[in-house]
Ligand binder design. Structure first.
Ligand SMILES: Cc1cc2nc3c(=O)[nH]c(=O)nc-3n(C[C@H](O)[C@H](O)[C@H](O)COP(=O)(O)OP(=O)(O)OC[C@H]3O[C@@H](n4cnc5c(N)ncnc54)[C@H](O)[C@@H]3O)c2cc1C
Length: 412
């Protein structure tokens, strides 16, 4: 059996895995990434938030991303019938990046992984982690399955799990926990023939609210190669109103809405429509002796505010820094250094997601009485600056959303 020995074994070469690897390698510790697939591989989650730019920069990955000429995203546009609410990231409360990118993930993830590999981090491609045994001192021996079916073992001082929807350690250690959010599904594809806005605003994501009391919505995410990502997110009962065949379903939903129809009426799908369901999930704990979870292996909320990659990068950044302190002989408190920090951002997004679907947030978005400073504070949340406690929409997220939504409903 082939065997490896490393300080840190990282599961998954997605954005969480690559970011953690870059930071650990920079700090002078050995790490290796185990990735089940070969890249490029498709994964959904293509619209970044400006906060990603800080995190990519800190990991030494931003220059490689910038060199790809991805579509520049400088804001988000929320459409409801004839109403439009636009957030421009250069007009926000928190001082941060005014733009980010729309990224086909097969290329984005490959660039991150290749950059990390070029810095000297070994990546075992097409090796899936199948089993992990922890020892008393937190070190572990993991079993991997190689492409030829043979077994490989990795001994590590610590494991960072960035396995995304694979959820390797949550499954092996029985850490999966049901999400508080109700079941929603998504149908999506890439298209050609999107009639985009020309000039300013070309790269902004459009979120189009559909005719549904539960605020089902569609995304339109333009890429720089001329293709556009299109998808719907809704509860099963909304989706059941449309044809069963996934291509026909998505086409019918597009045609049913004035905003999506306006851009996509004559578009062509570049691959058969894909479906993903039951993606909202949580974890009983985010760390234990010898391991920590990152990215989607922790908790995934909902796609509506494009928070997934931002939370993957932030969790990787924090987990890596906490681990580096530990490997340097300190005794960091993982609860405060990692979990409490991460959850401030997750909980802020959770409040926004809940308020989206129960209509409090659209009530605020389309209110004529919404003050400019509130627009900027909300914009910073939508830009991913959900750790800025100077922002009342972060520090008192629940109360702020509740009070403002009531005022907007009453007077707006
Ligand atoms: C419908 C939908 C739309 C979304 N839209 C957005 C969006 O616009 N913007 C956004 O930021 N996020 C979005 N997301 C969320 C986004 O997909 C994820 O948050 C993001 O991909 C998480 O990154 P990650 O690094 O944690 O995991 P991933 O990117 O999923 O990477 C995990 C890697 O681990 C590997 N792996 C799995 N199992 C094993 C194993 N046993 N051994 C070794 N390797 C393994 C996988 O092959 C994979 O490459 C969306 C999600 C959904 C469901």
């Amino acid at each position: 059996m082939r065997t490896f020995n490393t300080d840190v074994m990282i599961i998954g070469a997605g954005p969480a895995g690559s970011t953690a690897a870059a930071l650990i390698q920079k700090a002078g510790f050995d790490c290796m990434i185990i990735e089940k697939q070969t890249f490029p591989r498709f994964v959904i989650g293509e619209s970044l938030l400006p906060r990603c730019m800080d995190l990519l920069d800190e990991a030494g990955l931003l220059d490689a991303v910038k060199a790809e000429n991805f579509m520049l995203k400088d804001g988000a546009v929320f459409k409801r019938g004839s109403e439009t609410c636009t957030f421009r990231f250069d007009q926000q409360f928190t001082s941060g990046w005014g733009y980010t990118y729309q990224v086909p993930r097969e290329r984005f993830d490959q660039v991150l992984a290749e950059t990390v590999a070029s810095k000297g981090v070994p990546i075992l491609w097409q090796h899936g982690v199948t089993d992990v045994e922890f020892r008393e001192d937190g070190s572990s021996v993991s079993m991997l399955e190689a492409p030829d079916g043979s077994q490989v073992s990795v001994t590590a001082r610590f494991i960072l799990d960035g396995s995304g929807y694979g959820r390797v350690l949550p499954r092996l250690l029985d850490l999966d926990e049901a999400s508080m959010l109700p079941l929603r599904e998504s149908y999506f594809t890439h298209v050609t023939g999107d009639r985009r806005p020309v000039g300013e605003g070309e790269g902004r994501i459009w979120i189009c609210i559909l005719d549904d009391p539960d605020n089902a919505w569609m995304w339109i995410i333009p890429f720089s190669d001329g293709k556009t990502s299109v998808g719907v997110v809704a509860k099963p009962d909304f989706l059941a109103r449309y044809p069963e065949d996934p291509d026909e379903k998505l086409r019918a939903i597009i045609d049913d809405n004035v905003n999506t129809r306006g851009r996509l009426a004559n578009c062509e799908f570049t691959f058969p429509v894909k479906r993903i369901s039951g993606y909202s999930i949580s974890a009983k704990k985010l760390y234990g002796k010898g391991f920590a979870l990152m990215g989607n292996a922790t908790e995934f909320l909902d796609p509506v505010f494009s928070s997934g990659v931002t939370l993957a990068l932030e969790s990787a950044n924090r987990a890596a820094k906490t681990l580096i302190a530990q490997l340097q002989g300190e005794s960091p408190d993982w609860q405060t250094a990692y979990v409490d920090h991460l959850m401030l951002g997750v909980d802020t997004f959770r409040t926004f997601v809940t308020a989206w679907y129960d209509d409090r947030l659209p009530t605020i978005f389309y209110s004529p009485i919404k003050p400019e400073v509130l627009q900027q504070q909300i914009c910073s949340v939508l830009a991913g600056y959900v750790w800025d406690e100077e922002n009342p929409c972060v520090r008192h997220h629940e109360r702020t959303v509740e009070v403002i939504a009531k005022a907007c409903a009453q007077y707006g």
